[in-house]
Design a protein around this ligand. Sequence first.
Ligand SMILES: Nc1nc2c(ncn2[C@@H]2O[C@H](COP(=O)(O)OP(=O)(O)OP(=O)(O)O)[C@@H](O)[C@H]2O)c(=O)[nH]1
Ligand SMILES: [Mg+2]
Length: 359
Amino acid sequence: MARLGIVGLPNTGKTTLFNALTGLNAPTAPHPFSTTEPNVGVAKVPDPRLEEAARVEGSKKVVHATLELLDLPAMAKPGHGGGLAGAYLGRLREMEALVVVLRAFTDPAVPADESGTDPVDQAEELTLELAAADHEVFSRRAPRIAKEATADPAKRPAAEAIAEAAEWLAGGSPLRDREWGDAERAAFRDLAPITLAPVVWVVNVDEETVGAEEMVAAVAEAVSPADTVVALSVKIEEEGARLTPEERAELFEAMGLGEGALTTVVRAAYEALGLLTFYTLGPKEAHAWTVRRGATAPEAAGKIHSDMERGFIRAEIAPIADVVDAGGWDAAKRANRVRVEGRDYVMAEGDVMVVRFSV
Ligand SMILES: Nc1nc2c(ncn2[C@@H]2O[C@H](COP(=O)(O)OP(=O)(O)OP(=O)(O)O)[C@@H](O)[C@H]2O)c(=O)[nH]1
Ligand SMILES: [Mg+2]
């Protein structure tokens, strides 16, 4: 399961967001640094298509795709105390993507001394701070690997890549701001860079904030073009997450919030991670599976069971929208909307799959 870290300055609403996404009840508090140890939980990837397919198929159980979430303690305010602690950075290095919470809400009961309420300021500070953390690691490694490469020419490309990355980071830019080849990325792997991981920026706005769109645009301008920026009231989303779906729909409609923004956050993270969803459907369960984008049919089959990958013969495939549209898998087959694909087929987002295999 992919691991996502929730990070940000103190009192920005990280734990509240974590609770909203996981349905857990980790303690939150109106004073900074209230979280001292990471909270760990699992977030379901919201998926209306799956629910619908389960309905037409009459599946008894619905299994969503999931992401592992870590709510990390607050980052110390950059510049205060000279950079981030090693243990903290070590945790960030284990994350495959980051959700950064930026404080834009104002509430006299929740001091903002550590963060301020300007999301662009926070995004810029955090970006610089994380680039500096990577720079420290890369610039320490660069001269050593250069030396090793004089004795071992096979290390030369890696040495060059690391030197180039160190120089890039010295300018304060995240590694993900530019393209790196596969060999370069492989050379970086041992150094576990933080700034190569995709980021979803969550601007935590006041309940009645007007101008959220402007804030999103301003943050997007300040961060990597590849990043996603979303504005939401973490507090309202968390309240909504505690209601029944019907109550929530009523509340959100009354507030003009549509289905709420949590779906957007989770889906953005999921997509940023380069993952896609495929499905298996049956009377027992409708199941969403996760595989990397670019995976072939046998590789996807291996997510269901290793025997299916090993003994893969062929797969029957149809887009989930077609299956729902036709009124179920059998109906889709009768309507000729199911294709037969071989070993080389590259999975598409939303494929429903039946694997034929023999072991
Ligand atoms: N008014 C308002 N309060 C919020 C919002 N989000 C969080 N809070 C409150 O702000 C306080 C801090 O929230 P937490 O979720 O604990 O923040 P945190 O970022 O995890 O804090 P640390 O772990 O101490 O860094 C709590 O009292 C929350 O109820 C919001 O959108 N609006
Ligand atoms: Mg917290």
